[in-house]
Design a protein around this ligand. Sequence first.
Ligand SMILES: [Fe+2]
Length: 211
Amino acid sequence: MTDSIHELIEASEAYLRRFGIEGARDVVSGIVRWKSGPLRKVTPQPDPRCGFLDEALAAIAGADDLRAAIMAARPVLKWITYDLYPREEIGPRFPEAHAFVPLIGGTAPVHADDFELGLFLIAPRTLYRDHRHAAPEIYAPLTGPHGWRFGIDEPFHDRPAHEPVWNPSLAVHATLVKDVPFLCLYGWTRDVDMPAMTVPAPDWDMIEARL
Ligand SMILES: [Fe+2]
């Protein structure tokens, strides 16, 4: 395994092994199961439409090996967007302000059945509105702080970089990205093809008006 995608997967696994939480262990198990698959050719899209990749990489502190692996793989990364939310529900900003790269998964450079690992980027001053999905999910933010809440009646609380968030299946969660771009490793351990759904909250407009 000498290509930069496999090296990035190795660095991601090593990074996630830092954390003892349930979700990190589940995602590491999935990585170990699938990581040795052959590299599938994908057409690179090294520049995410939302921008801010340089700023996000510059904001990483405390994960030098992983950052170096992302930078080495950057020319062959295919940044795409998640376009399954109805726009009137997810709002006008999120579709333009995020991008992600599957590394392992059904359409990723390294194949997996019903498992996904990748990078997820959100531009500053973006609310990723409350949503849920069947897939249990880890977010391991490499940058921070970012605001999080786990219920539409809850206040947002800041969490620093390198403090992973585990969202059990169908748990409601929202991310408030302020001045620092959000860059994380994400992992979905099953039900990866079930669409995500927004969970309407009464304060979206108010929060977005202040960003
Ligand atoms: Fe999510």
